[in-house]
Design a protein around this ligand. Structure first.
Ligand SMILES: C[S@@+](CC[C@H](N)C(=O)[O-])C[C@H]1O[C@@H](n2cnc3c(N)ncnc32)[C@H](O)[C@@H]1O
Length: 284
């Protein structure tokens, strides 16, 4: 069912008209060449395209930022056609799913990493009627995957940044048009609290926990917003040592595991997924 819904969603978003499809495809092909090269460039590229998507930046500014941030392979970035970059950002549904690596950069943008997505979703063990909160949802792409499970869930999409909430507003239109059984509720987050109006079964922090400035307060708020049999999930990059290009705020493996256990949570299980780690906690 999930795969059918994801396939349908993909068809809906790639069908959206783009003015100049050949420039768009050419740009994506060039991006995919860069994308295949090196991890550092890949993460930089994703970040900059994401900024373009959120900040409505002009293509020239996006390319300059790419060159500036990467420091090398100048030609590769400068060769990207302006029009293509603009058009990528003009199909935000497709761009968001490509940046999050659910769809390929290459035409016709097939679904990728399907097994990893299914493995991750299975770990959350989403049940019918569960209330789920994704904290720090970014573009909301992962929350859209939860919606596509079609399990009559209430999905709280919590995000700190107003510009991202605007993007989320835009991106949930297509899934909502599919009229599946789940529903979205947007929540403007803050630095100290997850601001949920009720207790939930699952709280998912996907690559957001390491950004929390007030980690202790956020964990307290998670404790208060979880049902007694609920679970908190942290999905983070797994590493024992930071490497070049990694986000400065990333946490090391031991920290990830022990800090929540000192603040009211008990580690139940963990899953290692292609460079990422997923931790499942329950209330102590
Ligand atoms: C790397 S993004 C993760 C996006 C998404 N969860 C995903 O898996 O693709 C991290 C997000 O966490 C958000 N964030 C950071 N601190 C937050 C807080 N205290 N409350 C809510 N969101 C927060 C940031 O604004 C950012 O959008």
């Amino acid at each position: 069912m999930f795969i059918n819904n994801l396939t349908k969603y993909r068809e809906l978003i790639i069908d959206k008209p783009v003015d100049n499809i050949s420039v768009f495809e050419n740009t994506l092909t060039q991006i995919s060449n860069i994308h295949d090269q090196e991890h550092f460039q890949k993460s930089v590229l994703r970040r900059i395209l994401f900024q373009g998507l959120v900040g409505g930046k002009q293509p020239k500014a996006i390319k300059e930022a790419l060159v500036h941030k990467s420091g090398w392979k100048r030609e590769a970035f400068l060769n990207l056609p302006n029009e293509g970059i603009l058009q990528i950002v003009e199909n935000p549904d497709l761009t968001a799913f490509i940046i999050e690596e659910y769809l390929s950069y290459k035409f016709p943008y097939p679904i990728i990493n399907q097994e990893a997505v299914i493995e991750e979703l299975s770990f959350y063990d989403i049940r019918r009627d569960d209330k789920i909160a994704e904290i720090g949802a970014g573009s909301g792409s992962f929350a859209i995957l939860l919606y596509l499970l079609d399990l009559r869930n209430i999905i709280y999409i919590n995000e700190l940044q107003a510009s991202l909430l605007d993007l989320i507003n835009l991106l949930i239109k297509v899934p909502n048009s599919m009229s599946l059984s789940s529903s979205f509720v947007k929540i403007h987050g803050d630095k100290k609290s997850i601001n949920l109006p009720e207790k939930v079964d699952k709280i998912i922090c996907r690559m957001s926990y390491h950004h929390f400035d007030k980690r202790k307060k956020m964990l307290k708020s998670c404790r208060q917003s979880l049902k007694s049999n609920g679970h908190l999930f942290l999905y983070e990059k797994s590493m024992s040592k930071k490497s070049r290009g990694d986000c400065d705020e990333l946490l090391e493996y031991d920290d990830l595991k022990t800090f929540p256990t000192k603040h009211g949570f008990k580690l139940v299980s963990e899953l290692h997924l292609e460079g990422y780690i997923l931790l499942k906690f329950e209330l102590k």
